[in-house]
Design a protein around this ligand. Structure first.
Ligand SMILES: Cc1cc2nc3c(=O)[nH]c(=O)nc-3n(C[C@H](O)[C@H](O)[C@H](O)COP(=O)(O)OP(=O)(O)OC[C@H]3O[C@@H](n4cnc5c(N)ncnc54)[C@H](O)[C@@H]3O)c2cc1C
Length: 303
């Protein structure tokens, strides 16, 4: 079984998420080759075959050209799986490649399952198992679902150049609107999850954040319910954070949330369910009602 892994490069740098593709291939027990539109000065620590195209001529992002490069590498490698990160790069390119190959696409894979793949559904509340029926399959993998694996070594380079006409031009990146809070810089984050119950309870969580000298974070349902603004959201569609202390209040530990905060130095979780998945990564899990425990903790901290 063989995989062609599509690495990512942005603003002159190889993205660390590229190593999660290797973690995925490792779990699959598959041979690997990699493709990167990047630069020779930013090669992954990977001893396999790397198809390298120059981002200065092909653009850091250009779905038209990058698709052609990938199809070229697919022809040379004949992989069973073409694997992207489920990122803005991957989710735009993957269907173009799948369509060109007439291959099935399975998006947002979070685990392997019975010779197939596990993907989330119902807004992450359930999981389903999917198998492809085509000879080649295009996959996108969820950020944080597979461990980053850095095998070391230097790649054996196969340089690619994009030929043919080009209908798109990469102009540049536009920074997102400034946020009212920059969680990426916070050393302490206290996050509210759906378990806090209602908007009126958010000040209780904010009070603990303030007492600890930290910032308020939130899970997605709290943001979707408009209890706090999106700039507080932690996770794959929010911010990725790595504070010294992360306090998760009434947060179950869905993979999309964990992807954004699992690199925190110390994780304290407060949950009334002793089996909540957040307990698997928390350093301390307090099994309690968040609305009873948090005010008591805030009072202690304030003292
Ligand atoms: C494409 C996609 C992207 C996503 N991106 C993100 C993202 O960026 N960030 C994110 O957070 N989610 C994201 N999600 C949603 C994610 O799948 C989960 O649905 C979400 O993280 C769950 O939030 P939660 O833990 O607050 O709520 P729930 O999963 O409902 O968990 C609530 C928890 O609170 C506990 N609880 C209930 N009452 C109390 C109480 N009184 N005291 C203590 N504990 C209590 C429960 O036991 C439970 O564990 C995404 C989903 C998809 C499909």
């Amino acid at each position: 079984m063989k995989t062609l892994l599509i690495g990512e490069y942005r603003e002159g740098k190889l993205l660390e998420s590229t190593y999660e593709l290797l973690g995925f291939a490792g779990q699959l027990g598959a041979e690997t080759a990699m493709l990167l539109v990047g630069s020779e000065s930013q090669l992954p620590a990977y001893g396999g075959t790397l198809y390298l195209a120059d981002a200065s001529t092909c653009g850091e992002y250009n779905p038209d050209l990058h698709k052609k490069l990938i199809l070229d590498a697919v022809q040379k490698e004949n992989p069973d799986y073409i694997v992207f990160q489920h990122s803005s790069y991957g989710w735009d390119l993957a269907p173009r490649v799948a369509s060109a190959l007439k291959a099935a696409q399975i998006s947002e894979v979070i685990a392997l399952a019975d010779g197939g793949f596990e993907v989330g559904c119902c807004n992450g509340k359930m999981r389903r198992h999917v198998k492809s029926t085509t000879s080649k399959t295009v996959l996108t993998i969820q950020a944080g679902a597979f461990p980053a694996l850095q095998p070391g070594g230097s790649p054996s380079l196969q340089k690619l150049t994009a030929g043919g006409s080009d209908t798109l031009e990469f102009i540049g990146y536009e920074p997102a609107e400034k946020k009212d809070v920059d969680l990426a810089k916070a050393e302490i984050i206290v996050s509210a999850g759906r378990g806090v119950g209602k908007k009126d309870n958010i000040p209780v969580i904010q009070a603990l954040a303030t007492a600890l000298g930290g910032e308020l974070g939130a899970s997605r349902p709290v943001v979707d319910a408009e209890w706090v603004s999106h700039s507080h959201q932690v996770g794959t569609t929010g911010q990725t954070v790595s504070p010294k202390l992360y306090v998760a209040c009434g947060i179950s530990g869905a993979i999309q949330h964990l992807a954004g905060m699992k690199k925190s130095d110390f994780i304290l979780a407060i949950n009334k369910d002793k089996d909540a998945p957040i307990g698997e990564i928390a350093d301390v899990l307090v099994v309690a009602d968040v609305m009873q425990f948090v005010p008591a903790l805030t009072a202690k901290v304030a003292k």
